[in-house]
Ligand binder design. Structure first.
Ligand SMILES: O=C(O)CCC(=O)c1ccccc1C(=O)O
Ligand SMILES: [Mg+2]
Length: 325
C-alpha cells in the first residue's frame, strides 16, 4: 500500500537575510511524505528565491504530478523534474528505501556575513579543525582583504573559505588579494566564484596564486567537472542541482579528479538541512559541509539539528498546512 502527503511550510526568518537583490522575509517550501508498507520517507522541496530557476508554484505543480504517478505505481524519472523537486523527492525515496544513513556531519563551517567580532568569538570556542566561511564582495574589497588577513594572522590554525558570489571585477578581486600576506594565502581553502565570469575568476586565481571553487558555475547547463589550475573544490547545493543521484555523480566525478566536493545549504529548514548533513557524512566524510544556515530561521521543522536551541515545529504547527494532491 502506498500513501503520499504533501505539506506547505512557511517559516519566519531572521530580519536582514539578504539574497542577492531581495530581503528574505520568510522561507517557504514543501514537505513530502511517502509511505509504503511500514516504511516512511520525508523530503523537502524548497526553491530558493533569486537562486532557483523555478518558482514554488511550478515546484508544487510538479510535486503533485509526480506523487500521483507514484501512487499509481507508474512513477516518472525524477531527473526530468526541476532541481528542488528532484532533490526533495529523491530524499524521500532514499529514506523510504533505507538508503540514507542516519549518521550526520553537523560540523558546519561557521558563516560570517560581515561582523568580524561575532565570528571571532565563535572561532575561539571551536574545537578541532578551525574552518570558517566569510561572505566577501558585499563591502569594499579593500575592507574584505584587511579583515580576512587579520583573521588569518590572529588565528594561526584557521582555514578560511570565502564566497564572493561572482561579485568582483578583476580589479576589485586584485585589490582584495593585495591585502593578504603571501605566506597566509595558502590558508584560504578557496574563494567561491570571485569574479563576474568563470574566465575572470581563473585569471584572478592564476595571477594571485589563490585557490578558487565553483558554485554558481556548477549549475551552468554545460558544466563538466574538470580539474584546472588553482581550482580545489566544487560546491554542491542539492536543492539547486537536482536529485541525490545527480549529486552523487558530481561528487564521484570531483573525487576522481582530485577535487573536493562540498555539500552546501540553500537555506533549507532543519528537515532538509539534517538530510544534507547525512548526505555529507555519507558521501563527503572528510569534508566539513557548508551548512551553517539554520540560525537564519526562527524555528526548526520536524527534525532537530544537533544541539540547536530553536523551537521545533511539528505538523500541527501554525507554519504548516496540508495540501490536496
Ligand atoms: O555554503 C555555505 O557555507 C552556506 C550557504 C551559502 O553560502 C549560500 C546560501 C544560500 C544561497 C547561496 C549561498 C552561496 O554559497 O552562495
Ligand atoms: Mg557560494
Amino acid at each position: 500500500m502506498r500513501q503520499a502527503k504533501l505539506y506547505h511550510y512557511c517559516l519566519p526568518v531572521e530580519t536582514g537575510v539578504i539574497l542577492r537583490h531581495r530581503r528574505l522575509k520568510q522561507r517557504e517550501g514543501l514537505i513530502v511524505q511517502l509511505q509504503e508498507d511500514d516504511q516512511t520517507g520525508w523530503g523537502e522541496i524548497a526553491p530558493l528565491p533569486e537562486f532557483s530557476q523555478e518558482t514554488l508554484e511550478i515546484a508544487t505543480q510538479q510535486a503533485k504530478e509526480w506523487l500521483n504517478t507514484w501512487l499509481a505505481h507508474n512513477e516518472q524519472d525524477i531527473n526530468h523534474y526541476v532541481p528542488s523537486v528532484a532533490f526533495g523527492l529523491s530524499c524521500a525515496l532514499a529514506e523510504l528505501h533505507n538508503e540514507l544513513e542516519q549518521e550526520a556531519n553537523y560540523r558546519a563551517a561557521p558563516l560570517c556575513y560581515g561582523d568580524p567580532d561575532e565570528l571571532y568569538a565563535e572561532l575561539n570556542q571551536m574545537e578541532g579543525e578551525k574552518v570558517a566561511k566569510i561572505k566577501v564582495g558585499l563591502y569594499e574589497a579593500n575592507r574584505d582583504g584587511l579583515i580576512v588577513d587579520m583573521f588569518l594572522e590572529a588565528i594561526p590554525d584557521l582555514y578560511l573559505r570565502l564566497d564572493a558570489n561572482r561579485g568582483w571585477s578583476l580589479e576589485k578581486a586584485s585589490l582584495f588579494a593585495s591585502k593578504i600576506a603571501p605566506e597566509r594565502k595558502s590558508r584560504i581553502q578557496f574563494i567561491e566564484e570571485p569574479c563576474k565570469t568563470p574566465k575572470l575568476s581563473r585569471e584572478f586565481a592564476q595571477q594571485h596564486n589563490i585557490a578558487i571553487a565553483w558554485d554558481e558555475t556548477v549549475r551552468d547547463p554545460d558544466f563538466l567537472v574538470k580539474k584546472e589550475p588553482n581550482l580545489t573544490a566544487i560546491i554542491i547545493k542539492p536543492t539547486l542541482v537536482g536529485s541525490l543521484g545527480k549529486c552523487k555523480q558530481l561528487i564521484e566525478q570531483a573525487h576522481q579528479q582530485g577535487l573536493k566536493a562540498v555539500i552546501s545549504s540553500s537555506i533549507e529548514s532543519s528537515l532538509g538541512l539534517t538530510q544534507l548533513a547525512r548526505i555529507a557524512q555519507q558521501y563527503t566524510p572528510d569534508m566539513i559541509p557548508g551548512l551553517d544556515t539554520l540560525d537564519l530561521m526562527q524555528a526548526q521543522l520536524l527534525r532537530q539539528w544537533d544541539n540547536s536551541d530553536l523551537p521545533l515545529a511539528d505538523l500541527d504547527s501554525e507554519f504548516i498546512t496540508k495540501l490536496t494532491l
